[in-house]
Design a protein around this ligand. Structure first.
Ligand code: 4AD
Ligand code: MG
Length: 423
């Protein structure tokens, strides 16, 4: 019998085919069993009148189903009228049931929880975001360059570094962002990006922080602040559009209201940090003039706009050492954080980079960073230095926003948080 995937059942109407998967739910009305089957590609109902099968099936039974494909009388769904059912394993006590479980229980059972329809849908959206990113990058002339994970120095501040013993060389640090290495790569490739896990020993226990998460960093030669924002805007709009087209079913499963996502078109809003302080105060928050945006402020701002907002030109002293200063006001950095709407907060951090060696040396000193570890980075300002900019998005933050998920821990298969490292 032809083996097919559930997503392709519509192409086999009235034919007899075989599907292979798991029963994630079932009910029976007397002699007929209605089995809800999942095979990774989708979900369908398999209908059987075999009394033996009806007796045996349990939650998460793995099985091979053969039967004729029919269409649901009312819905755009396809069903299998089972003629043969081969059970591979019928577990006695699958721990995740129909009743409500608390987040601790579910996280403890993450290896099983991942199979639930909502968790399935989240990972499919995450996949689309990655795929759309590769597509957009390729179309826009960016080459993927893989940055190392074991690194000799900090990229984003020394307070969130994970240390690893490293043979006779002493210590290594897990990468916080591939950015500095991408800056090296622009001299060969012009426009580059990376995509991989990064690590932050974040002391904050919030719905937006993980200790291991995935970042896409992009870096481009001859791109200055304004163009940097345009690139981000176009990339984000492309991703949102792709998710809306490719993940209709998944967004339905997640009960995501897609109307706010349909509004995500350029241009995004742009506010300076100074304007944001005023806005936050108007919104009832409290924020000092030389502070970074905290979680509460991000939420306030994020709920006040129907499209993403770039917060530009932060006071330079709250931002990273590599950011170029605003030529109009040297206290400010030529940077922007992109704040997603609907309360999701920061999804992208980016800036124009300082390209002059003398200024960069001064910044390293101001930030108490060891010059020796950055000699290679300083070299980049000696041999054909050019204006350049870049940005990095957090994959889990983006996924949480598009899926409408409150806590980012559900958007990564196996979340790492201060208090959780298992499974
Ligand atoms: O704003 P960040 O720290 O920027 C950088 O690392 C730059 N080097 C990027 C660049 O310019 N190439 O981090 C970028 C994004 C944030 O906007 C946020 O979406 C996400 O990474 N992020 C986190 N996501 C989950 N957990 C955490 N602890 C995160 N910290 C940052
Ligand atoms: Mg940031």
């Amino acid at each position: 019998m032809e083996k097919v995937f559930i997503k392709d059942l519509s192409k086999h109407l009235d034919k007899t085919v075989t599907i292979r998967g798991w029963i994630y739910n079932f009910r029976s009305s007397g002699k007929i069993g209605f089995l809800q089957v999942r095979d990774g590609s989708g979900f369908c109902q398999a209908i059987t009148n075999n009394p033996d099968a009806i007796k045996k099936v349990t939650l998460e039974t793995s099985a091979i189903f053969t039967g004729k494909v029919s269409k649901h009388p009312k819905k755009e769904e396809y069903e299998l009228q089972v003629s043969d059912l081969k059970i591979l394993q019928a577990p006695a006590d699958y721990p995740i049931g129909k009743k409500e479980h608390g987040p601790d229980f579910l996280l403890q059972n993450r290896h099983l929880w991942l199979r639930s329809p909502k968790q399935w849908a989240i990972q499919k959206v995450r996949h689309t975001i990655c795929y759309a990113t590769y597509e957009w990058m390729d179309k826009n002339g960016f080459t993927r360059i893989d940055a190392p994970i074991l690194t000799p120095a900090a990229c984003e501040g020394t307070t969130t570094l994970f240390e690893v013993p490293y043979f006779d060389l002493g210590k290594a640090y897990l990468s916080q962002s591939g950015q500095l290495y991408l800056e090296a790569a622009i001299f060969g490739h012009g426009r580059v990006y990376d995509f991989g896990p990064v690590f932050r020993a974040e002391k904050s226990k919030t719905r937006r922080h993980l200790t291991e998460f995935w970042m896409m960093d992009a870096e481009a030669a001859f791109v200055e602040h304004d163009e940097n924002l345009k690139l981000q805007e176009n990339l984000v709009c492309f991703i949102v559009e792709r998710v809306l087209v490719r993940n209709k079913r998944e967004l339905e499963i997640l009960e995501r209201d897609t109307r706010p996502l349909e509004k995500i078109k350029p241009p995004f809003y742009r506010l300076t940090h100074a304007e944001v302080i005023k806005k936050i105060r108007e919104l009832g928050g409290d924020m000092k003039a030389d502070e970074d945006l905290g979680g509460d402020e991000e939420t306030l701002l994020s709920k006040a706009f129907d499209k993403p907002v770039f917060v530009e030109k932060y006071p330079a002293r709250v931002k990273a050492f590599y950011m170029k200063r605003d030529p109009k006001n040297s206290d400010l950095a030529l940077c922007a954080d992109l704040i997603a709407p609907e309360g999701y907060g920061e999804i992208i951090g980016g800036s124009q980079r300082e390209e002059e060696i003398d200024i960069l040396l001064k910044r390293l000193e101001e930030h108490n960073l060891p010059r020796a570890a950055f000699e290679w980075y300083l070299d980049l300002r000696k041999y054909g230095s050019v204006p350049h900019s870049g940005f990095g998005y957090g994959l889990e933050r983006l996924t949480a926003w598009l899926c409408g998920i409150e806590h980012i821990r559900e958007t990564i298969p196996f979340p790492r948080m201060i208090y959780r490292m298992t499974p």
